[in-house]
Design a protein around this ligand. Sequence first.
Ligand SMILES: NC(=O)c1ccc[n+]([C@@H]2O[C@H](COP(=O)([O-])OP(=O)(O)OC[C@H]3O[C@@H](n4cnc5c(N)ncnc54)[C@H](O)[C@@H]3O)[C@@H](O)[C@H]2O)c1
Length: 331
Amino acid sequence: MKILVTGGCGFIGSNFIRYILNKYHDYEIVNLDALTYAGNVDNLKGMDVKRYQLVHDSVANGDTVNGLMKGVEAVVHFAAESHVDRSIDNAQPFLITNVIGVQVLLDAARKAGIKRFVHISTDEVYGSLETDDGLFTETTPLAPNSPYSASKGAADLLVHAYFKTYGFPVCTVRPSNNYGPYQFPEKLIPLMITNLIEGAPVPLYGEGKNVRDWFYVGDNCRAIDLVLHNGRGGQVYNAGGECEKKNIDIVELVLDIMGKDSSSITYVKDRPGHDYRYAINNAKITSELGFKPEKPLRAGLELTVQWFRDNEWWWKPLKRRLVSESKGFWG
Ligand SMILES: NC(=O)c1ccc[n+]([C@@H]2O[C@H](COP(=O)([O-])OP(=O)(O)OC[C@H]3O[C@@H](n4cnc5c(N)ncnc54)[C@H](O)[C@@H]3O)[C@@H](O)[C@H]2O)c1
């Protein structure tokens, strides 16, 4: 199978490309990536050039996207502006990539008769839960609160419209908070690990009480693989780690793994409109596709800490760039 992956030089996309090329030895991947600040060709260093090709362009460029559909059997769409804090600074790039980009891809894929299109969304489109609100299911109404999640929600509605209007069989996956190797060091877990390696404090929003579902990236790749091969057209699948934790609990666990204590935490002013709680119900993807998350949180974090310790060559230049741009925030 030849797959067009978008955003494959980012965190989840690069893990997914490695996963697929290792698992299916006769598959080929074309990776369309605009190489924004979050895209890094080093994430896919050493890939077999006979089975992997990078095209440097935007998903919003119709000519390029139309040209790339030739011979492709499936599309897996990760490309996005993905950082909530950056969307609060400037929403426009989020609308161009996350909304116009998906429209361009859907039109091109539909015209080319592609039968498998997996759109990667996020649990953030459901908005925020209170402690007693239960879990997000696929029928929870969309109620996004940040410019990032609003742009992802808009993309999801467009995907739904293409299924209803044209019968185009897109599957949507809504994963929870991923963590693992190759995550850009502006996000909570890699920021924390790299700060601690460098002897710097760990910033924590508000009182650290926000709750997220934590999902090891390798488990997410397995979930997306199942949807790619066995998902029903027009369906949405939640996918999460079944691991709800407060941010402060995650920080304390990482401090413990790295032999530090809470004196390394610096509390910072909360993000505006910060969603309180996300929690994912996996019942549909479990019952239809047999997916269960496998990596326990502590084991996944230990592996991630070790990866960042072993790969300073990868993150040190990115961190220096973030500091020079004064982008010290995280999410
Ligand atoms: N990271 C998470 O915890 C998480 C959770 C749920 C859903 N998601 C979703 O998963 C997807 C991947 O997330 P990630 O964390 O790997 O993101 P990331 O920011 O690490 O990577 C995004 C990639 O998309 C590329 N890109 C950006 N704009 C582009 C454009 N116009 N054309 C082509 N490529 C472009 C970037 O260069 C980068 O390689 C996103 O759609 C995101 O919304 C992420």
